[in-house]
Design a protein around this ligand. Structure first.
Ligand code: UN1
Length: 495
């Protein structure tokens, strides 16, 4: 299926002033119109109206809508996965994986719709019952990034919808078509569901200013935003200023410690998938590798030979493992990071533009391995590109300290067969990240766990575990079924 066919499959027309280009070859694959302040305002108003109806629908019934949406995703996995590849440039396997991630979170949310448990808490007053109830929070603004153009929305939306909220989605301006296609699948599910209010899910398109409108708006009690730390730093105070709640999933600078006992064959595969998968454009991509000196001279040359043979190319083709970067700016950032790493003494293998003749209007980059003596300021920055900084270490404690000595705290891992090292890595004094793995790379998390990280990663948690609580408001309710009015703390107040 080509872009045109896929877009008509989803009922999308080429309407609007803003062309959308595929990172595969730079070709225009569609056009969209942007929202202005008035249409954003009107959509938020409609979202509030929808919320007033939806919050009263029993949660298991709300789950039924998400179940139907999951069915639409299953039936259209191939078309949507392809569109993800066309619009975001990730290889087809990963495009399909992304849609699978949406299906998985739908299944999770359906089960959750019967488990939005509250508590009953012992009251200190006789004849009283105290409980904690979770109520829908309100319309949720979702701001998503180009690199996971649909899955991250689904993490938020599937939970928000079963929690009784509505969603209003501002996708990246680089990937509006996958958002519109997803919205059209959601609308198909809505038709089959029949009795949902209109505008339960809406899309707003545009640039940064549209995201700002969502962030500023009092009618959106929750803003979930995925993107750079810079974006989060600007957005979070705007949401906080009005006492809104933000769920932030920002930059990562994820590392692996490859210990002397690491199973090298597994480590090599994990490193390669995590460092070059999605062309290094996952927030969970592996960017820093600490290799013990005992295995350095085995592991690093082996990685270099794997890198030299990596199939770069059109991500729609089966054999390809590394597709293009999203755009010219991404390529230039990679070049800049490599140049400054070189200035800091880095030894670079790989890097540079590839396939320029075949794809003059696209930006393919050869993944780079950069051997660094120190963790310099360039290494401490997140560059959204396939650059792997490799550093040698002698002592586990020293590797761990350097591991944690960056501003970001998303994902982390250790490859070791040594139980003590593995446990130390997972202990309170171990990895300071939101995600910590043993003998697994830092990327490719399952939806069942809470996803997110600490420090400059923003502290938000999305997807599994009890992340749903962020989409609801907590109410403590106490009922007096006695004939007296005892006061808490035993206070006497006779009137
Ligand atoms: C992201 O890059 O924003 O763990 C999300 C992973 C994926 C999600 C990444 N499941 O790599």
């Amino acid at each position: 299926m080509q872009a045109n066919e896929i877009l008509s499959h989803f009922g999308l027309t080429h309407a609007g002033d803003h062309p959308v280009h595929s990172p595969i070859d730079g070709a225009e694959i569609g056009r969209v119109g942007y929202d202005d302040a008035r249409s954003v305002d009107a959509k938020i108003a409609r979202s509030v109206e929808a919320f007033h109806a939806w919050r009263n629908v029993p949660a298991p019934r709300r789950g039924e809508l998400v179940r139907l949406f999951g069915e639409e995703l299953r039936a259209n996995k191939d078309a949507l996965g392809r569109l993800v590849t066309l619009e975001a440039g990730k290889i087809l396997q990963e495009g399909l994986g992304e849609v699978q991630e949406m299906i998985d979170i739908c299944d999770f949310a359906v089960g959750l719709s019967r488990q939005l448990y509250g508590l009953t808490i012992a009251s200190e007053r006789p004849g009283h019952r105290m409980m904690e109830t979770w109520h829908p929070a309100g319309p949720v603004g979702i701001i998503s990034a180009f690199n996971f153009p649909v899955a991250v929305w689904a993490w938020n939306a599937a939970l928000a919808i079963v929690c009784g909220d509505c969603v209003i989605w501002k996708p990246s301006e680089k990937t509006p078509l996958t958002a519109l296609a997803t919205q059209s699948l959601f609308e198909r599910a809505l038709k089959r569901f029949a009795d949902a209010p209109a505008n339960l899910s809406q899309v707003v398109l545009g640039l940064r200013d549209v995201g700002e409108m969502l962030a500023k708006d009092n009618r959106l009690p929750v803003i979930s935003a995925t993107g750079s730390t810079r974006m989060g730093r600007e957005l979070a105070p705007v949401v906080a200023q009005r006492f809104g709640r933000s769920i932030l999933e920002l930059g990562g600078n994820n590392a692996m410690i490859a210990a002397p006992s690491a199973k090298l064959d597994l480590a090599q595969r994990a490193i390669t998938f995590a460092a070059v998968g999605t062309a290094g454009q996952r927030c969970t991509s592996l960017r820093r590798l600490f290799v013990h000196e005992a295995i350095y001279d085995k592991l690093v040359p082996a990685l270099k030979s794997i890198y030299a043979a990596l199939p770069l190319g059109n991500p729609l083709e089966k054999a390809t493992l590394v597709g293009p970067l999203i755009d010219r700016a991404a390529f230039e950032n990679m070049e800049r990071a490599l140049a400054s790493a070189r200035d800091e003494g880095g030894k670079i293998t790989g890097g540079g533009r590839a396939l320029e003749k075949e794809f003059p209007n696209a930006f393919y980059a050869r993944p780079a391995i950069v051997e660094m003596a120190d963790q310099t300021s360039t290494v401490c920055r997140e560059t959204f590109a396939p650059i792997l900084y490799v550093m040698r270490y002698a002592k586990f404690e020293e590797a761990l300290a350097r591991h944690n000595a960056v501003p970001q705290g998303l994902s982390s891992c250790i490859f070791t067969q040594d139980l003590q090292e593995a446990e130390k890595f997972l202990a309170a004094s171990g990895s300071d990240c939101g995600i910590a793995n043993v003998n697994i790379g830092p990327s490719g998390a399952e939806i069942g766990g809470a996803f997110g990280g600490e420090k400059e990663t923003g502290g938000g948690r999305e997807s599994g575990s009890d992340s749903w609580k962020a989409y609801m408001r907590r109410q403590t309710a106490t009922i007096n079924y006695s004939d007296a009015l005892p006061l808490a703390q035993g206070i006497e107040f006779a009137v």
